[in-house]
Design a protein. Sequence first.
Length: 108
Amino acid sequence: MIQQLIALIIILFFLGRLFWQKKKDSISLTEFIFWLFFWLASAFAILYIKTIDSLVADLGFSSSGINILFYLGTIILFYLILRLRLRLEKNERNLTKIIRDIALMNKK
């Protein structure tokens, strides 16, 4: 119970920071909605961890619900890292193309 309370306090802190960043226009609406959904889903998972445990047991998994949530979170993080890496590579290619075009224009 104490772990749930600590986790919810941490989530409230991050939600506060999220709203503060949105108020300052530091993040876009899309990012705001994504992170709001993420933190609310996390709070929901923490509040209903016993229900998730029983659901996981009914599905035939031998581990607890928190382990399944951890595995799912890890998979999602790796997917987001992959997307970030692909976006970074695209930006690097675009930057290289722009620099090459500028260099060719300066050569003339």
